[in-house]
Design a protein. Structure first.
Length: 179
């Protein structure tokens, strides 16, 4: 399921849902995944609530509890505004950036952790990015670009990579299924 709280040029619910199906299949996930495309403001609130970080971030992943994983794998939240800034800087469309962030979030839902896996997630993301026809991936580009500010926080990309990895392990509230 895809929810747009913030519009993205060239993207709509059916378009991203089609990519989500392909990406889940490529990663090997079976349960449902919800993708929320939202504002920096909402991402800041989610990042604060679940990670204690008072700043927006590009992507957060919320794995489902183990008992629910057969039917529901988890949730991915994406900042449309950060995606647009990243896309402008890297020379591709915001819609493509949303796909890159969706894939990155799905890999976290599948249990990958690029801060602790000695490059396994980076290799898998690169392989899937090529298979799915995406431009340079989130981990790969942060290794190749200077530590420039791709977010309004002034933090380098490595800070957000760590945030994304930690978000994959963030506790989920049972009372709220979708961010």
């Amino acid at each position: 399921m895809v929810i747009f709280h913030k519009r993205v040029a060239g993207a709509n619910q059916d378009w991203l849902d089609g990519f989500l199906v392909r990406a889940k299949r490529a990663v090997g996930l079976r349960g449902a995944v919800t993708v929320l495309v939202t504002s920096d403001r909402e991402m800041r609130a989610l990042n604060g609530r679940f990670r204690g970080q008072d700043q927006p971030t590009d992507v957060l992943s919320f794995p489902a509890e183990v008992v629910a994983k057969r039917r529901f794998t988890g949730e991915v939240a994406i900042s449309a505004e950060i995606a647009a800034r990243n896309a402008r800087r890297l020379g591709h469309s915001t819609a493509e950036e949303v796909k890159i962030l969706t894939l990155h979030g799905i890999l976290h839902l599948a249990g990958y952790d690029h801060e602790a896996d000695r490059g396994e997630m980076a290799r898998r993301e690169m392989q899937l990015r090529k298979k799915l026809g995406l431009p340079v991936g989130l981990i790969e580009r942060t290794d190749r670009t200077p530590p420039a500010d791709l977010s309004p926080t002034g933090k380098p990309p490595a800070s957000r990579r760590k945030a994304a990895a930690r978000s994959a392990r963030a506790p989920r509230s049972r009372a709220r299924r979708a961010p």
